[in-house]
Design a protein around this ligand. Structure first.
Ligand code: F6R
Length: 611
């Protein structure tokens, strides 16, 4: 949430800052701004709305204007927390000779603000960030590193910041606690960003700051310390995906591109991780000896949103195939409800970004309680990946679309591998294991078969565009699919979509059924299908239009629904993946036909680093 970019070097800063902001726009798009060093002092430009609005503003400067000659600057794209999305609340915030951008929340901002007002500071915005800018200024006597260090010691909450002072040309001070900061190391230059997608165009060498790190950067010189001690060493690592991976590649939206990337993304997730001979999965990153795998008595899965939905599939598969007790829990709830955890529990934190504040807090709580904690994360080097120290990377490639797609299917593929690993160490035979390996191997092909139906799905979507509310129902493995389908639809089309366990419908929600409330029913062949068909009949009897997600060639199911999308035949734990892809395409086309801003849905941002 919120994207930060900074540049110090020898090249004009503005184009680098703006292209970085465009890359990070998925993290927030309420307002955007930048501050650059010029001979006449720090120049701040900011505007309400998307980065394109800021670009319009910058185009107002003629080409010889000082702003274009500047080689040092900071920039920000905002997802509002404190204060509405206005020009005044946009970052950077300035205080006398200091300018600052911030991602996170200053929790004690009220008491700091009162104190600073008492010292004569005048506030122009409603943001917590402006408090930080004035606080830094109040400690500034010519040494920005010192002033930021002192200010941050007085701050409660989370931050990723980049800060500059008029009297220290070429210098940026950056720091993090809870919100990510990556330094892209170039020749005589450094690019600062909230994530690697904003630096990959310039360099592949990245240094990820740890919590409580603070760095002074000038051109290519980087001095990293912690808030409480002297210089520390943080190794640079190589970003292993190409700049093209972060481009739209001819697709109209990142979301569509990422939907289409799923066969390859899943292949990358499972590559080298399955042993056909032994019928098992090899997940070295979990770093568990066979003895430890056997000793684990419970799998606890934590995550939020889409990752949480994938977690439900993991829970079902682990209990189903491994006979290992498993539960899945919303990460924020896990942290605050004081769960019972012990050293024989494996807590698996699922997160695409690896930065979600609630999931990170759950990781810390589980670690504190002595559990084995592992991450199932996409972004390499992210906080959850580093704090857990063990886990499985998805290798899905960068996911830019705010609506998560390929992360979900790669998470499911990984969770099936986790279930297989536990199953083979318990009650699953080698033959059954080999069958399971084949099923995981077939996932990319199953997805391709659904992608081939894109046009058909678009045609079905046309029949649902006009509705303002929709139910999704499913049972067993198809219940999390219903949840994920409803989540996709609501976030990008703004249709009020709710998912229910198909059996739950008659316990209340059925009261809402009417002509204006269609139902998407997951009714694939397998355990529970006949009961779901019964539920479909109940919906049709209440005049609701029914879209069935059904197994290819299932004539019985076809006769019960108004519209259908066919999914290739496979067992239900595998069918989760193609069925979800069908619902991703359905949501995408409904949103497209409704003219919604698919990659930037209102009020949302990717990587939710606030609680
Ligand atoms: C929905 C979506 C969110 C995220 C959630 C967790 O499309 O993207 O629900 O899944 O914010 O994010 P991660 O997986 O990064 O922890």
């Amino acid at each position: 949430m919120c994207g930060i970019v900074g540049y110090t070097g020898t090249k004009p800063a503005v184009p680098i800052l703006v292209s970085g902001l465009k890359r990070l726009e998925y993290r927030g798009y309420d307002s955007a701004g930048l501050a650059v060093e010029t001979d006449g002092g720090i120049l701040v430009e900011k505007e309400k709305g998307k980065v394109s609005e800021l670009v319009n503003l910058l185009n107002g400067h003629d080409e010889n204007a000082p702003i274009h000659a500047s080689t040092t600057g900071i920039a920000h794209t905002r997802w509002a927390t404190h204060g509405t999305p206005t020009q005044e609340n946009a970052h950077p915030h300035a205080s006398k000779k200091i300018a600052l951008v911030h991602n996170g929340i200053i929790e004690n901002y009220k008491s700091l603000k009162t104190k600073l007002i008492g010292e004569g500071y005048i506030f122009l915005s409603q943001t917590d960030t402006e408090v930080l800018a004035h606080l830094v200024d109040s400690f500034y006597d010519g040494d920005l590193l010192q002033a930021v260090t002192t200010a941050l010691k007085n701050v409660e909450g989370t931050y990723g910041i980049a800060c500059m002072a008029q009297d220290e040309p070429g210098v940026l001070i950056v720091a993090r606690r809870g919100s990510p900061i990556v330094l892209g190391v170039g020749e005589n230059e450094t690019i600062v960003a909230s994530d690697a997608s904003a630096i990959i165009k310039h360099t592949r060498q990245a240094i990820y700051l740890d919590d409580n790190d603070i760095a002074k950067i000038c051109g290519g010189e980087i001095d990293i310390r912690t808030l409480d001690s002297g210089t520390v060493s943080r190794e640079a690592s190589e970003i292993d995906w190409s700049p093209d991976a972060a481009e739209k590649g001819g697709y109209e939206h990142y979301m569509l591109k990422e939907i289409y990337e799923q066969p390859d993304a899943i292949r990358n997730t499972i590559r080298g991780r399955m042993n056909t001979e032994l019928g098992t999965a090899m997940l070295g990153g979990l770093n568990l000896s066979p003895r430890e795998v056997v000793d684990i008595q419970r799998l606890v899965i934590v995550g939020c949103g889409t990752s949480l939905n994938a977690g439900i599939v993991g829970e079902f598969a682990t209990e189903d195939f491994a006979g290992l007790a498993a539960e899945v829990e919303q990460a924020a709830e896990f942290r605050y409800r004081n769960p019972i955890i012990n050293s024989r529990d494996l807590v698996l934190a699922i997160s695409q970004s690896g930065e979600t504040a609630d999931t990170l807090a759950a990781v810390r709580e589980a670690t504190q309680k002595g559990a084995l904690v592992a991450g199932l994360v996409n972004v390499v080097g992210s906080t959850i990946a580093r704090e857990t120290g063990r886990g499985v990377y998805l290798h899905a490639g960068p996911e830019i679309s705010v609506a998560s797609t390929k992360a979900f299917t790669c998470q499911v593929a990984t969770l099936l591998m986790v279930a297989l690993k536990f199953a083979r160490s318990r009650r699953m035979s080698v033959e059954q294991g080999r069958q399971f390996v084949k099923e995981i191997d077939s996932l990319p092909d199953l997805v391709n078969q659904v992608l081939a139906k894109d046009k058909e799905i678009a045609a079905v979507a046309e029949r649902y565009v006009q509705y303002e509310k929709m139910f999704f129902i499913g049972r067993g493995y198809l219940y999390p699919v219903a949840k994920e389908g409803a989540l996709k639809l609501k976030e990008i089309s703004y249709i009020h979509a709710e998912a229910y366990h198909a059996a739950e419908l008659k316990h209340g929600p059925i009261a809402l059924l009417e002509k204006a409330m269609p139902v998407v029913a997951l009714a694939l062949e397998g355990p529970g299908k006949e009961k779901t068909i019964g539920n479909i009949k109940e919906c049709s009897a209440r005049d609701a239009r029914v879209l069935g997600i059904i197994t290819e060639g299932d004539e019985e199911a076809k006769s019960e629904v108004d519209d259908y999308i066919e999914i290739p035949k496979c067992r239900l734990h595998a069918a989760v993946v193609p069925a979800t892809v069908a619902l991703q395409l359905f949501a995408y086309h409904v949103a497209r036909l409704r003219g919604c801003p698919i990659d930037q849905p209102r009020n949302l941002a990717k990587s939710v680093t606030v609680e």
